[in-house]
Ligand binder design. Structure first.
Ligand code: BGC
Length: 455
């Protein structure tokens, strides 16, 4: 590891960490926001979900930004948007300004979500590339954990402005570190800036033969010089990998992960955790801590047992635990919320245990595996746009879930909402079983051939 490679790793970790922080922080901030602005349910959900809408837009423009301005500038823009969005949330005088701040920070999240893994995969030497990209998912979970930690510290004072505004600190850090980080030699070569590419390559990997490296990049660029248009992405030739990527992107979200991450506080309140401090603690450890730790299971096993097995086993764990949460809620009076002074009910404790199983199952399966598969199944001509589209669809689905989860609970009741999510896991399981092939250990070229044979 050279010093510069550590800088690259730091960029990836800060980008993922910020993504996670924004995912997690709203869970603790929401109660205070609700009080300050006396919000309707629709607005509570808008405050939560507009980050994902911003991220959808950000991920769609990220590819174009990265190609035109360079990977480094795209990440600088993401860092700038994070900081701006956080500052706006900090001072927001009205809920509309707050929602605008949420959207801006979301745009930063979307740009970073596409640019950082791309940057990592272009700069990390081949033998540690996989780990660099996994480090990104790990950083997301650590960001969520950190957000829950901050929520816990500030929960007594319900200081939501500080919770949301603190994202400006790592935002500035990301901006500063990206400022000194090397530009991707691969991108510089596409701009015919060979000398700079040589300089950056020597910086990152001083021991390698720079000319050979640049020649390899050059031939790879020539090979994939034909970049598919948006229309070509939808041609029947690529339908299978496209449907697999989009299907996985959708199932990762509609099985409910972010409903739990965003609304953990409300769920635990309904499950009988009556004080803000007890809710913050159980959210921190049962959701945040378990999510970080279980991601290591995926890192250890993804290249050994394969993607399919992790996905199929994980979905069983998720489905069963959601069904149990539904059943537990069935036994909690619908309006119970928190009864002051009383501890969590038996059903509340069952809910906590089931949610731990849910988060564990997600963190070793759909969490990291979906991103791995999305990044490896597209043929090179459509990879950039395919990944961007799948990322955008992932955020679109996250938006729908976060925008309508509480409404769904109002409409169907908690029990039926969780049972519905369990049913979605069953559908997802069947679809993955029938449609998603194993890609473990295959070179990207072999994966590409798979589509040619079967279409
Ligand atoms: C998902 C996010 C989710 C996170 C939780 C990621 O893979 O894309 O939506 O919040 O995992 O760890």
């Amino acid at each position: 590891m050279t010093r510069w490679l550590l800088v690259v790793l730091a960029v990836v970790l800060f980008a993922g960490g910020l993504f996670g922080y924004d995912q997690g922080v709203i869970s603790g901030a929401l109660a205070g926001v609700e009080q300050t602005f006396s919000l309707s349910l629709l607005m509570v959900q808008a405050v939560t979900s507009w980050v994902t809408l911003g991220a959808l837009v950000g991920s769609l423009v990220a590819g174009e930004l990265g190609d035109r301005l360079g990977r480094k500038r795209a990440i600088l823009i993401a860092g700038g948007l994070f900081t701006l969005g956080a500052a706006i949330q900090w001072i927001a005088p009205s809920v509309l300004v707050l929602v605008a701040g949420r959207f801006i920070i979301g745009a930063g999240v979307g740009i970073a979500a596409v640019s950082a893994p791309l940057y990592a995969s272009e700069l990390a030497p081949a033998n540690i590339r996989g780990r660099f990209v996994s480090a990104y998912q790990l950083a997301i979970t650590m960001g969520i954990f950190l957000a829950y930690l901050v929520n816990g510290q500030l929960s007594a004072s319900a200081n939501w402005r500080l919770m949301l505004g603190l994202a400006a600190v790592p935002g500035v850090a990301l901006f500063s570190i990206a400022f000194i980080a090397p530009e991707s030699p691969r991108w510089l070569m596409t701009r015919n800036r060979r000398e700079e590419a040589a300089k950056e390559t020597t910086k990152i990997q001083p021991d390698i033969d720079v000319n050979a490296q640049l020649a390899a990049i050059d031939s790879a660029i020539k090979q994939d010089s034909h970049k598919a248009s948006w229309a070509e992405i939808f041609s029947p030739k690529w339908r299978r990998p496209l449907l697999i990527a989009l299907g996985l992107a959708v199932f990762q979200q509609i099985t409910g992960i972010n409903a739990i991450i965003y609304y953990a506080n409300q769920i635990f309140a309904a499950a009988g955790f009556s004080t803000e401090v007890s809710r913050a603690t159980v959210t921190l450890w049962a959701i945040g801590g378990v999510n970080v730790l279980s991601t290591f299971i995926a890192i250890a096993f993804i290249d050994k047992v394969g993607r399919r097995l992790l996905l199929l086993v994980g979905l069983i764990g998720m489905g069963v635990s959601l069904a149990v949460v539904g059943t537990a809620f069935h036994f909690i009076a619908p309006t119970s919320g928190a009864v002051a002074g009383s501890g969590p009910t038996t059903a509340g404790i069952v809910t906590v245990i089931a949610l731990i199983v849910f988060i564990t199952s997600f963190a070793f399966s759909l969490g990291p595996v979906v991103w791995t598969v999305i990044n490896e199944i597209f043929p090179v001509q459509i990879r950039g746009r395919g990944v961007a589209l799948a990322t955008a669809v992932n955020w679109g689905s996250a938006f729908l879930v976060s925008q309508f989860f509480l409404s769904l609970i109002n409409l169907l009741g908690s029990a039926w909402t969780f049972w519905l999510m369990a049913a979605v896991c069953v559908v997802g399981w069947i679809w993955i079983y029938l449609r998603v092939p194993e890609t473990r250990g295959l070179s990207l070229e072999r994966i590409q051939d798979m589509w040619a044979v079967t279409t």
